[in-house]
Design a protein around this ligand. Structure first.
Ligand code: ASP
Ligand code: MG
Length: 410
C-alpha cells in the first residue's frame, strides 16, 4: 500500500477549527487508499509560550526539564488531531516521539536523531490506523525526552518518510510554497514550482523559514519534499534532487534562484588582539563549547602587530557570546569588544553562480545603487551573503530580486 507522510505546522493547527481542517485533510489522504502518517507541530505559538513560562520560573531553565516541557506542545496537537479523526469515524492513534521510535542522542534542545525504530508505526499502519506523531521530539537510550531544535517537526517528518520508504514527504504550512524571496519584504516574489536540495539548504540556512537540518536529511536520503498550504489545494513547491541540472541547461539568467534574508544577526568585534598563531582558535573554541555557532568572520589586516576580529552570531546568542568573548579577549590582552544588534543578512543563492563571473559585482552594484552599505561579505559555492543594516533588509532584498530578474510580472 502506498504510504503518505504529511507534516502540519503550528500555524495550521492554531485553534480547534484549524485542527478540524487538518484532520479533514488527513482523512482525505486516507480515503484515497493510502497508509497515512501525519506529523504535527505544537499549536500556534505554544513553543514560544512554554519557553517564556520556563523563563518566568528560572533564569536559566534546566535543559532536560525544558525539553520535557516543550515536548508537551506537540503531544497536545497529536492527541487532539487523533481525537478529531476518531470522532469522524476513522481509526487513528497518536504517538509521542518516543512511542514512534525516534531515538536521539542526549543533546537537550538540539538532539540529533540517532536511529529510528519503525516497529510500532508499522504495526499501527498494518492495523489500518492513521498514525499521528508528535513532531520535534525523541528519546535517549536512557529514556529521557529530547527535542530536536526549533522548527524541527519537519525533521521528524522527513526522517519518518525516509525511514518508512515513503515516496515523498508533504509539508503543509500557512504559505503555498517556497518563494524567490520573503513575500512580506518583496511583493513581486514568485512561488517556485521546484528547487534543488542544495539551493534549498542554502536558502533555509540563510533565512527561508524551513529547518535546514530537515532539508539536509531529505538530501541525504533522497526523499523529495513538497511544501504546500494547509488552507488551499494550490500545488506547492517540490524540493528534490533534480531541479538544478534541468534549470541550468543554457539558462544563464536563472542561475540565481532566490534571495534569502535574515534579521536574526548580531556582530561582535574584538579589538586589538595580538596577531599570532592560535588567536582565532582561542576565541572560537570557548564559543563552540557553549554551543554558540559563529557565522561570518572577518579578520582585519594587522596593524602594528595587533588586529581586530569581527564575527556574527544569532541575536539571541549575543549576550552569552559577549560574556565568553570578553573573558577571552582580556586573557589575550585585547583592547575590548564592541557589539551591534541591528544587522541583517541578505543572500543570493543559485547553483553555478560560482562558475560564472559577474554575480558578486551585480550584487554589490545593486546594493550600492540603493545607498546600502555592506558591512561584511561571505560566500559559498552557490551563495553570496552581505551583512547590511537590519533597517535596509527590505530595500536590499527588493533591489537584488530585481537585479537578478526574479520579479514576477505585475
Ligand atoms: N514547535 C516547535 C517550534 O516551534 C517545532 C516546530 O514547530 O516544528 O520550534
Ligand atoms: Mg512551531
Amino acid at each position: 500500500m502506498a504510504l503518505v507522510v504529511q507534516k502540519y505546522g503550528g500555524s495550521s493547527l492554531a485553534d480547534s477549527s484549524k485542527i478540524r481542517n487538518v484532520a479533514a485533510r488527513i482523512a482525505r489522504a486516507k480515503d484515497c487508499g493510502s497508509g497515512v502518517v501525519a506529523v504535527v507541530s505544537a499549536m500556534g505559538d505554544t513553543t514560544d509560550e512554554l519557553i517564556e513560562l520556563a523563563e518566568e520560573v528560572s533564569d536559566s531553565p534546566d535543559l532536560r526539564e525544558l525539553d520535557v516541557l516543550l515536548s508537551t506542545g506537540e503531544l497536545r496537537s497529536c492527541a487532539l488531531v487523533a481525537m478529531c479523526l476518531k470522532s469522524a469515524g476513522y481509526h487513528a492513534v497518536s504517538l509521542s516521539g518516543a512511542q514512534a521510535g525516534i531515538k536521539t542522542d542526549d543533546q537537550f534542545g538540539m538532539a540529533k536523531i540517532a536511529g529510528l525504530d519503525t516497529e510500532r508505526i508499522m504495526a499501527e499502519l498494518d492495523g489500518g490506523k492513521i498514525v499521528v506523531v508528535a513532531g520535534f521530539q525523541g528519546i535517549t537510550p536512557g529514556m529521557d525526552i529530547t527535542t530536536l531544535g526549533r522548527g524541527a517537526s519537519d525533521l521528524t517528518a522527513i526522517a519518518l518518510a525516509a525511514g518508512l520508504g515513503a515516496r515523498r514527504c508533504e509539508v503543509y504550512t500557512d504559505v503555498d510554497g517556497i518563494y524567490t524571496a520573503d513575500p512580506r519584504l518583496v511583493p513581486r516574489a514568485a512561488k517556485m514550482d521546484e528547487i534543488g536540495f542544495e539551493e534549498m539548504l542554502e536558502l533555509a540556512s540563510y533565512g527561508a523559514k524551513m529547518n535546514p537540518r530537515s532539508i539536509e536529511l531529505g538530501m541525504v536520503y533522497d526523499t523529495p519534499i513538497v511544501v504546500a498550504s494547509s488552507f488551499s489545494d494550490v500545488p506547492g513547491t517540490l524540493i528534490h534532487g533534480e531541479a538544478d541540472m534541468n534549470r541550468n541547461v543554457g539558462e544563464i539568467r536563472n542561475r540565481v534562484s532566490g534571495i534569502a534574508s535574515d534579521t536574526n544577526v548580531a556582530k561582535i568585534t574584538v579589538q586589538g588582539v595580538r596577531d599570532r598563531p592560535g588567536i582565532a582558535a582561542s576565541l572560537f573554541e570557548p564559543l563552540a563549547d557553549v554551543g554558540i555557532s559563529v557565522d561570518v568572520i572577518v579578520q582585519n589586516a594587522s596593524d602594528g602587530g595587533t588586529t581586530d576580529l569581527t564575527f556574527t552570531v544569532k541575536r539571541d546568542d549575543l549576550r552569552r557570546a559577549e560574556s565568553v568573548v570578553r573573558r577571552v579577549s582580556e586573557d589575550l590582552g585585547g583592547r575590548g569588544i564592541v557589539s551591534a544588534l541591528d544587522l541583517a543578512k541578505v543572500s543570493i543563492v543559485g547553483t553555478g553562480i560560482q562558475d560564472a563571473p559577474g554575480y558578486a559585482s551585480t550584487m554589490f552594484r545593486a546594493l550600492a545603487d540603493e545607498g546600502i552599505n555592506i558591512e561584511m561579505i561571505t560566500t559559498s559555492e552557490i551563495r553570496i551573503t552581505c551583512i547590511v543594516s537590519a533597517r535596509q533588509v527590505g530595500e536590499a532584498s527588493r533591489a537584488l530580486h530585481t537585479a537578478f530578474d526574479l520579479d514576477a510580472p505585475s
